[in-house]
Write a protein that binds this ligand. Structure first.
Ligand code: PLP
Length: 470
């Protein structure tokens, strides 16, 4: 297959392009003693993935089928990334007022935005309907709120209902949204639920979409297709009973898993689209518009965290590289290492790939708890202080989802393009958080607030700064 050969060819380019970017980031001081950790994003890679996604659905859907690919903003909540994807024809799936604000800052049109949170407030719903943003209601209570809003101010925004086909979970419990008791959507197999959903639609001519997102990382493709199939058959039933094509669009969610074990893109968007075509032929027949909501599979392979090794030490006979990348940038990997293992690459002080016999070592982060390890007993060329450790495949849900432990600042993020002549150009995606910003978001403006609550002003026990220890 031409597409597969092309994917393999670009996969083979990934490591050389990354190596050049790490070398340039070190040479230019984007990462170094002053900024000991940074995130790098492969801009050409992101654009290729977006193009592969579009091409996959174009190939397998009937000509003229409307398809919106709405990127799940939580996977990389960075305005320049959303803007780049918008330029590639993608929209945004948002799940909070913050994510909606980012999508709007990236100038993503309302018609390309989908709101999916399980906890939308009345104000959020009102705003989305006023803007014309597609809304997927999660549950009966939310639907009655929308009833009220539609009665007072009818909106042309596409409105859908999220259902849970309850087809079962994948290998990571926390990522499995289609279990019997998942908190998302209306459980279709619960007693009376299917009939309730059908009646809901028949009673509401404006309810024109159905939505399911059956899981993320760890879901077998066949199970994902089974969820989409359930969604399709529900739509067919509703339309038959309505005697018209009331449900005109199916939002099939995201969730394509990512291969974290090598540079290979696997599975590909094309494989998934082909599977959907054979498992649910009617889905791609042109009778329904489609919305997808991929996140991880669009960005993961295109991000790298580069961290300086501050110290190299050993304990109990095990070498430990103490780096500046830990739970603050690789939260899931640190807390649930078995579900989220990532590759680490070793670079020297100049940012060149390290050679040398592999030595089993721990790659630790800077956080003050013992479990702050991104890799344990990992065979790599022995890291020394001043070297760099790179966390691979971290473009989605890693450095864009900062965890503010130990008041560690959010690192800078830089997009790169690598020219064939080996030169690398960087653009700032996010500036490193300054200590002043960090202090401010930690209540710095309210330093005296708690003292102000006290009835009597206690005698000031403070001594002027610098004289604490006379
Ligand atoms: C998180 C999420 C997605 C994206 O999932 P990925 O695994 O990153 O593709 C899509 N839709 C909804 C509703 C989500 O919650």
């Amino acid at each position: 297959m031409a597409a597969t050969a092309a994917t393999a060819a670009t996969d083979a380019q990934r490591a050389p392009a990354r190596d050049r970017a790490v070398r340039a980031a070190v040479a230019q001081g984007l990462v170094g003693p002053a900024e000991p950790v940074a995130g790098l994003l492969d801009v050409d890679g992101i654009r290729r993935s977006a193009a592969e996604l579009r091409a996959a659905f174009e190939e397998f859907t009937a000509p003229g089928t409307p398809v919106l690919h709405a990127f799940a903003v939580k996977a990389a909540s960075l305005v320049p990334v959303l803007r780049l994807l918008a330029q590639e024809g993608l929209g945004c799936e948002v799940a909070s007022p913050g994510e909606l604000a980012l999508a709007r800052a990236a100038r993503v049109p309302a018609a390309h935005t989908v709101l999916d949170s399980p906890a939308k407030t009345l104000a959020e719903l009102r705003e989305a309907l006023a803007l014309g943003i597609a809304v997927n209601a999660d549950n009966p209570e939310e639907l009655s709120r929308i009833d009220g809003l539609m009665a007072s101010a009818p909106s042309k925004a596409p409105i859908g209902l999220r259902v849970n086909p309850q087809i079962g979970g994948g290998s990571i419990g926390a990522m499995s949204t289609a279990t019997d008791t998942s908190k998302f959507g209306v459980g279709l197999r619960d007693e009376g639920a299917r009939e309730w959903v059908v009646r809901c639609c028949l009673d509401r001519p404006w309810l024109t979409r159905l939505h399911a997102h059956v899981g993320s990382q760890g879901m077998p493709l066949e199970l994902m297709a089974a969820g989409v199939s359930a969604l399709f058959h529900l739509a067919e039933e509703i339309n038959e009973r309505a005697g018209r094509r009331q449900i005109d669009t199916l939002d099939i969610g995201g969730g394509l898993p990512v291969n974290f074990a090598s540079d290979a893109t696997a599975p590909t968007f094309r494989e998934y689209a082909a599977l959907l075509r054979s498992a649910v032929p009617g889905l791609m027949s042109g009778r329904y518009g489609l919305v997808t909501e991929f996140g991880r599979s669009l960005l993961a392979k295109h991000g790298t965290v580069v961290a300086r090794v501050e110290y190299a030490k050993s304990a109990g006979g095990r070498p430990i590289a103490v780096t500046h990348a830990g739970a603050q940038v690789a939260t899931r990997t640190v807390f649930v290492p078995d579900a989220w293992p990532i590759r680490v690459a070793a670079y020297d002080a100049h940012g060149l790939p390290k050679t040398g016999a592999p030595v089993a070592q721990d790659i630790a982060g800077p956080c003050c708890f013992a479990g702050d390890l991104v890799a344990e007993n990992r065979p790599l060329p022995l890291l020394r202080s001043g070297d760099h450790a790179a966390l691979l495949d971290t473009g989605a849900y890693y450095f864009s989802n900062h965890f503010a432990y130990n008041s560690l600042p959010r690192p800078g993020i830089y997009g790169y393009t690598a020219a064939p002549d080996g030169s690398v150009r960087f653009a700032t995606v996010r500036t490193p958080q300054t200590l002043a910003e960090l202090t401010e978001e930690s209540g710095g403006a309210h330093a005296d607030a708690l003292r102000g609550l006290l009835q009597e002003q206690p005698r000031d026990r403070e001594r002027p700064y610098g004289q604490e220890h006379p």
